[in-house]
Each structure stands twice: as C-alpha cells, then as structure tokens.
Design a protein around this ligand. Structure first.
Ligand code: NAD
Length: 324
C-alpha cells in the first residue's frame, strides 16, 4: 500500500509518520510512506530522524501548490493524509497570504491531483477552529462554519473544497476536525512548548488578555490514532470531530506548566490579547466514538508531564529553532 503524507515533517504529520512506520496502526502496517513537505520554518527533517533509515519512507521536498509534482506523487496512491498547512494563528494575523496559498490553493491542487489519479482515500486534516467560538455546549459536525481568524478561515475554505470534491467528483474524502494538540516536536511558537522552553531559560511567559480563553487539549498521539481510524474505517464524504475532553483555561494550563517546571506566577506577564481571540473551543466526539470506536487514551496530566520531560531532554532540538 502506498500512502502520501503531506506536511509529514511538521509536528503532527511527523508523529503520524513515525507511528505508521513503527507499526502503531495495523491497517497501515506494510505501507510505503511518501512524505511531501516544503520544509517551511515549521517543517524539520530532524522530526523524522527516528525513522529516516526505514526503507518504507520516501521523503520529497516539495510544495503542495506544485500541480505537476503532486500529480506525479499521487499516482497509484491508496491513501492521502493531508497535514500540510500554515498553522499558527498569530502569524495569520500578521499576514495571511501564505495561509491562503498553502491552505486553500495547495489543498485544491492536491484534491484535483487525487481526483485525476483516482486516489483511494483522502483524509483532510482540519481543525475545530473552523467552527468559530462557543460559549456553552460542544460542536457536532453539522454545526455551521464560522471561522474568526484568517488561519481558521483558510482551513474552513479547504474543508469546503474537500467536501465539494467528494460531492462533485466522487473523491473519497474524509475531513477530521481536531482540538488543540500538544506533545513532542511541536514548534516552540505554540503555547505549551513556548512556555516550557521560556521557563527553562528563566524567561517570563506571556499570557494573553485575562487568561480565561478555554481550549480542549489532546495529545498528538491520540489525534494521530483518530486519523488512522478515519483513514481505515471513515465513511467517504463524512466529517469527524476528534477531541480530548480536557478543557482548560489558559490560566489553568499555565498553572499546570508552572507546577511541572517548579515555577510560579512571578514568571507570568500579561500581554495584550490576540486580535479576534476565540473564547472557547469544544468539540463533541460522539460520532467518531460511536461509529469508529475512538476514545482518547492519554490523560492530560500524564501527557503534559511526558511532554515537559521531552523538552527538558531535547534542548538540542528546540534551541536552534528559538534562536532563528
Ligand atoms: P506544523 O506547522 O507543525 O506543520 C506543517 C507542515 O506543513 C510543516 O512541515 C511545513 O513545512 C509543511 N508545509 C507548509 N506549507 C507547505 C506547502 N506549501 N507544501 C508542502 N508542505 C508545506 O503544523 P501541525 O501543528 O503539525 O498541523 C498539521 C495539520 O493539523 C494542519 O493542517 C493543522 O491545520 C491541523 N491541526 C493542527 C492542530 C494543532 O493543535 N497543531 C489542531 C488541529 C488541526
């Protein structure tokens, strides 16, 4: 079985590739894995070092907007798992052009190539941020898309293109919408690795606004297991929420990180809130649980402790990224 993984040198994509090649997903046990990644600031071949010698891995440095390249790569492909994206909300607020290019045009280029090549299945990895912000309750998959940041708007656009390629061309697309991920190899601009590495360097951590924004945290391994399940058993044309069920305010998250790092609130500084900052995200995961048997396995406390330990041991990985 040949699978193509876009963005496989990023945080979540590389986890999926490492786990696929080390046998975590029985349905993909023999898969030949082709990674296509542009290696933007967020892509890092070092994320694949643990499996670099695996003969089933083939790495291609390339852009998903390059129609000729992806047309070649998607030939005879049974599964496409599409992670490649510009993924950092703050960067999309400073300038969204690259987000529209990669997330919208790049996704369209891939969908088009997959339809032309007759690809077996296309898993489009999206985000809960496409739903907007919710004060109470949780989103089911049929809720309207009301994205608020240029990042989430570009992801929502790509979700709709994925849906349209299923409806129009019969491409067997599944869309996953996941909550906030954390774990090893996450680029140190995102809140959890940013805070851990700042504290390791004796620097204060920046806290947006009143710290009351709520996120649902999921370990990257649970997210990737959900994606593998959708790849194996997901119904074409369907959307699946994936979430962790650990909702925390940023203040609660910061407190847990302080406890793990032996630090306290003297190391926090308030900074002006992010523009258009969504107050709360919360996904309902009943559908993927009932239909595909999914449930998260890593408790937040264990996952966060293991993640903090990883960053403490892997200064060699994150320090060069923070110095850039
Ligand atoms: P990331 O920024 O760590 O990785 C993105 C990868 O895509 C990088 O390796 C980068 O080099 C590559 N890439 C970017 N533009 C490209 C292009 N034009 N062509 C080829 N490769 C390109 O992101 P991540 O956190 O691993 O997120 C992966 C996917 O999961 C994204 O689609 C994101 O929207 C989605 N997602 C992320 C989260 C989260 O909490 N991080 C939650 C839900 C969904």
């Amino acid at each position: 079985m040949r699978i193509v993984v876009t963005g496989g040198a990023g945080f979540i994509g590389s986890h999926f590739v490492r786990r696929t090649l080390t046998g975590a997903y029985p349905a993909l046990a023999d898969a030949q894995v082709v990674v296509v990644d542009k290696l933007t600031y967020a892509g890092n071949e070092a994320n694949l070092a643990e499996v670099a010698d695996n003969p089933r891995l083939h790495f291609v440095r390339g852009d998903i907007c390059d129609g000729e390249l992806v047309g070649e790569l998607l030939r005879d492909t049974e599964l496409v798992v599409h992670f490649a994206a510009e993924s950092h909300v703050d960067r999309s607020i400073s300038g969204a052009e690259e987000f529209v290019r990669t997330n919208v045009l790049g996704t369209h280029t891939l969908l088009n190539a997959a339809a032309n090549a007759g690809a077996g299945k296309f898993v489009h990895v999206s985000t809960d941020e496409v739903y907007g912000s919710i004060d109470k309750g949780s989103w089911t998959e049929d809720r309207p898309l009301e994205p608020n940041s240029p990042y989430s708007a570009s992801k929502a656009s790509s979700d709709l293109l994925a849906r349209a390629f299923h409806r129009t061309h019969g491409l067997p697309v599944c869309v996953t919408r996941c909550s906030n991920n954390y774990g090893p190899y996450q680029y140190p601009e995102k809140v959890i690795p940013l805070f851990i590495t700042h504290l390791m360097d004796g620097k204060r951590v920046p806290l947006y606004g009143d710290g009351g924004n709520i996120r649902d945290w999921l370990h990257v391994d649970d997210h990737c297991r959900g994606i593998a399940l959708v790849a194996e058993k997901g119904e074409p044309g369907e959307v699946y929420n994936i979430g962790g069920g650990t909702e925390l305010t940023n203040l609660e998250l910061t407190q847990r990180i302080f406890e793990l790092l032996g630090s306290d609130w003297s190391m926090a500084e308030s900074v002006p809130d992010r523009k258009g900052h969504d107050r709360r995200y919360s996904v309902d995961i009943t559908k993927i649980s009932r239909q595909l048997g999914y449930r998260p396995e890593i408790s937040f406390d264990d996952g966060l402790a293991e993640t903090a330990k990883w960053y403490m041991e892997r200064r060699d990985w994150w320090e060069p990224l923070k110095k850039r």
